[in-house]
Design a protein around this ligand. Structure first.
Ligand SMILES: Nc1ncnc2c1ncn2[C@@H]1O[C@H](COP(=O)(O)OP(=O)(O)OP(=O)(O)O)[C@@H](O)[C@H]1O
Ligand SMILES: [Mg+2]
Length: 246
């Protein structure tokens, strides 16, 4: 892996008197899969929103390959916490929506959206509307929408928190496969320690507001990971100890 690729330097964000992010720095390498865990309401979503430019940080810089991250110049895919599909658009149109915002021509949008859906095994539901899809299919269409812009960086905010465990396992494996194929760099927020240990190259444990890095844990367990293996269980327990905020 190369050295620093995405640099978050001395980021700060407050909402009136509430300081959510203060002098926060995090360096991410290209192709890394970084899972972030932290107490409810500590500022995880705010951090991702600052990266996406949806929330204006008060101070600090976000650099990609040493240059300020420009969402025009580089593509970042984002799956928000409450991610919703447009109910009036079918799966294909939803998957094409991120490209539409970026001004990709119509015919190219359709072709890419179709290919992206097919790549996720969703080719046969392209014409269905969100109400006709299961919750996990809806999540996959949201993933297709994020992937269709061919992101270099994928920001995912608790994407699978509502899933049952067997759907979650399936989605984890699909995501890891996709990361392997595309080399995309992933910043993934979760409250689920098992999920973090299954997916991550690195787990960042945050403290409560203002967020600080409490632990930065490298995960060297080889893929495919087995949740019943001793090494897996030990790491899961270690991270659980670290996040005992209850
Ligand atoms: N636009 C806003 N205006 C005022 N306060 C906000 C705003 N957005 C977030 N906050 C506050 O900032 C803090 C961090 O919120 P954020 O959504 O980033 O937390 P989180 O770590 O993602 O929480 P969760 O684990 O519940 O998803 C919370 O106290 C929240 O109430
Ligand atoms: Mg959140």
């Amino acid at each position: 892996m190369n050295s620093t690729y995405l640099s978050i330097n001395n980021l700060a964000k407050r909402f009136d008197r509430l300081s959510v992010i203060e002098d926060f720095s995090l360096q991410i390498r290209k192709g890394e899969f970084v899972c972030v865990v932290g107490p409810t309401g500590c500022g995880k979503t705010t951090l991702l929103r600052c990266l996406m430019g949806l929330t204006q940080a008060d101070a600090g810089e976000i650099l990609l390959r040493g240059q300020p991250l420009s969402l025009r110049a580089s593509s970042v895919g984002y799956i928000s916490q409450e991610d919703t599909l447009m109910p009036w658009l079918n799966a294909l149109e939803n998957a094409a929506f991120g490209m539409k915002i970026r001004g990709v021509p119509r015919s190219e949008r359709k072709k890419t959206a179709r290919e992206t859906l097919a790549g996720l095994g969703l080719g046969d539901i392209a014409a269905r509307f969100p109400r006709e899809l299961s919750a996990s299919q809806q999540k996959q269409v949201a993933l297709a929408r994020a992937l269709a812009v061919q992101p270099e960086i994928l920001l995912m905010d608790e994407p699978y928190s509502q899933m049952d465990s067997s759907s979650r396992h399936k989605l984890w494996n699909e995501l890891l496969e996709l990361k392997c194929q595309t080399g995309v760099t992933v910043l993934f927020i979760t409250h689920n320690v098992e999920e973090a240990v299954y997916l991550a190259d690195r787990i960042i444990v945050l403290s409560d507001k203002p967020i600080r890095i409490k632990q930065d844990i490298s995960v060297s367990i080889r893929h495919p990971r087995n949740i019943a293996d001793n090494g897996f269980i030990q790491l899961r327990e270690r991270v659980t100890e670290e996040i005992k905020w209850w």
